[in-house]
Design a protein. Structure first.
Length: 169
């Protein structure tokens, strides 16, 4: 039991690094993680989660069938790979705006601040949608792009911009 608690603590501390760069509001919240199986290999710097993976930090949620977290010698997370029929990510950007993302595979590079959604990729912000086989998001530059594969296209749905009311009318 004590060994399991140490593993849980190590897993939670390392997983916190994954979420800590996403959104400032959630950074200070506790991370809760559930999975059917967890394997922590300190020598390789990998934590593998398998079976109904669900991670929660504040308003941020990640669901996947399996997830691997790769960290460097300084215990900084270099890469997170979430895999599922559709791995899903959801967070509140502020009190009302919801960001959702899903793909069969989600790659997250926290040190580089980049996210790659691969296969059946979709990002939804309120009513706006960006979908394609492959979506790349550079968090530093705030650039999202899609690189279509053979016989596929990127689809974008944008809600109309609401007209601003002025005192002139």
């Amino acid at each position: 039991m004590i060994r399991n608690n140490h593993i849980r603590l190590a897993v939670l501390v390392l997983f916190w690094c994954f979420f800590s760069t996403i959104y400032a509001k959630d950074k200070q919240d506790i991370i809760y993680l559930e999975a059917d199986n967890v394997k922590y290999d300190h020598n390789k710097g990998i934590i593998n989660y398998e079976g109904k993976v669900h991670a929660i930090q504040g308003s941020t949620n990640l669901w996947a069938d399996e997830m691997s977290v790769y960290y460097n010698g300084k215990h900084k997370v270099e890469k997170v790979v979430a895999i599922g029929k559709l791995a899903q990510y959801k967070t509140l950007l502020n009190d009302k705006d919801v960001l959702k993302a899903s793909a069969k595979t989600i790659y997250y590079y926290p040190l580089a601040e980049k996210v790659v959604l691969q296969e059946d990729a979709m990002v939804e912000y309120n009513s706006n949608q960006f979908a394609g086989p492959y979506i790349f998001y550079d968090m530093k530059k705030k650039v999202i792009s899609s690189h279509p594969r053979k016989n596929s296209q990127t689809k974008i749905i944008l809600e109309p911009i609401k007209q601003l009311k002025t005192n002139l009318s």
